[in-house]
Design a protein around this ligand. Structure first.
Ligand SMILES: Nc1ncnc2c1ncn2[C@@H]1O[C@H](COP(=O)(O)OP(=O)(O)OP(=O)(O)O)[C@@H](O)[C@H]1O
Ligand SMILES: [Mg+2]
Length: 364
């Protein structure tokens, strides 16, 4: 008999829901991240729906080039905030950090930018992310939820203040060292006045305030938190640990873990495969509880169907607030009676199928 899949957190463990996020009124930036395909978009969509009922206005932003907020809400979004259908205070937008640099090319800075990018990898992406944040800050949403791309990409984005600062320092150093030499060189090669490093430097400097402000905000646990989404499997546990350690290094607060796609041993099914998966998941769920006993760990059931559209997201959102309880407890009289009746009807079905086949054969 498979062990029961409901492992509750130990005595005194933090609440196994995301209520803490809804109650933290000062919260301004919520990052949602984790390994590919674990349910980041589903979770950030639902968190933004829940936050919209607690806060004045919410913006959910996808920074994943392979956007799927549009799929989750079944509504097309663009790089500008769009009101989500059915809400009056929830907006969504999808940005692509890599192609946002159109304006650089328009200014003809491509060559210079690519040189700078080679010198400081990620500076172009960091600059467009900073510009986006600058824009979002002027929009004055109460809280902004980021649906991020799989882990590596997210960590790069979180590094952006450091990357930009490094870029600025490097540019300053170059400027001091060579004076107007670079300018002369760009002019010499026919690149025109506005294409010099002064323009680039001006741009980086102009962003310095935003960088410092955002950096301060991201490191302030009253304003910013990171929600780690995972599934109860080894690779996801491993990746979560890596993520939590990196976040600690960047001094970014994280105290919520969502374990998605949990199989609850509640159906009177006799599948050996299912039982083996439940047992395996159980092992990792226990490890999550052991490793992160000071985190709010929320477990979400694996549904038979996808979670698509506002209605489905809203239905699923209740498991974020009330721990999922399987309808059936293994080993009770009620469970055994149910199993016996299910087995009886399965037997009846098989017998009548067999009868039909035998009769068909005789006729043939
Ligand atoms: N608990 C669940 N039960 C059933 N289906 C789920 C569950 N959670 C998510 N899904 C479905 O799984 C698919 C992947 O989920 P989602 O898009 O949220 O993952 P993701 O982590 O954002 O993926 P990616 O890394 O590609 O961005 C979606 O079709 C979603 O509807
Ligand atoms: Mg996604």
């Amino acid at each position: 008999m498979a062990t029961t899949a409901v492992v509750d957190a130990g005595e005194g463990a933090p609440d196994p829901t995301v209520r803490n996020l809804l109650e933290q009124e000062s919260l301004k930036w919520v990052f949602v991240g984790g390994k590919g395909g674990v349910g980041k978009t589903t979770c950030s969509s639902i968190l933004s729906i829940l936050l919209a009922s607690a806060r004045q206005s919410v913006l959910v932003i996808s920074t994943d080039p392979a956007h799927n907020l549009s799929d989750a809400f079944q509504q097309r979004f663009t790089k500008f905030p769009t009101l989500v259908r059915g809400f009056n205070n929830l907006y969504a937008m999808e940005i692509d950090p890599k192609v946002e640099n159109d304006d650089f090319s328009n200014e003809g800075m491509e060559g210079f930018l690519s040189e700078l990018t080679n010198a400081i990898p990620g500076v172009d992406e960091a600059m467009s992310f900073a510009e986006m944040l600058k824009l979002v800050q002027t929009m004055d949403y109460s809280v902004v939820v980021f649906d991020t791309a799989p882990t590596g990409h997210t960590l790069r984005l979180l590094q952006f203040p450091a990357t930009l600062e490094k870029g600025l320092e490097k540019m300053m150093a170059l400027k001091n060292k060579f004076g107007g030499l670079l300018n002369q060189a760009t002019r010499l090669f026919g690149l025109g006045d506005e294409l010099n490093e002064d323009a680039m430097l001006g741009r980086l400097e102009g962003m310095k305030d935003v960088i410092e402000q955002v950096n301060r905000q991201f490191k302030d646990p009253d304003l910013t938190t990171f929600v780690c989404v995972c599934i109860p499997e080894f690779l996801s546990l491993y990746e979560t640990e890596r993520l939590v350690q990196e976040l600690a290094k960047f001094e970014i607060d994280a105290h919520n873990i969502i374990i998605n796609q949990v199989l609850f041993d509640e159906e009177a099914v006799e599948s050996k495969l299912l039982k083996a998966r439940i047992k395996m998941q159980q092992k990792y769920i226990d490890q999550f509880h052991m490793l992160y006993d000071d985190f709010n760990i929320t477990k979400l059931p694996l549904l038979p169907e996808e979670v698509c559209g506002v209605q489905a997201l809203q239905n699923f959102s209740r498991h974020f607030l009330t721990p999922y309880k399987p309808a059936l407890k293994r080993g009770t009289v009620e469970e055994l009676e149910l199993r016996v009746s299910i087995l009886k009807s399965a037997l009846q079905e098989a017998e009548s199928e067999l009868d039909r086949l035998r009769k068909g054969k005789q006729v043939a």
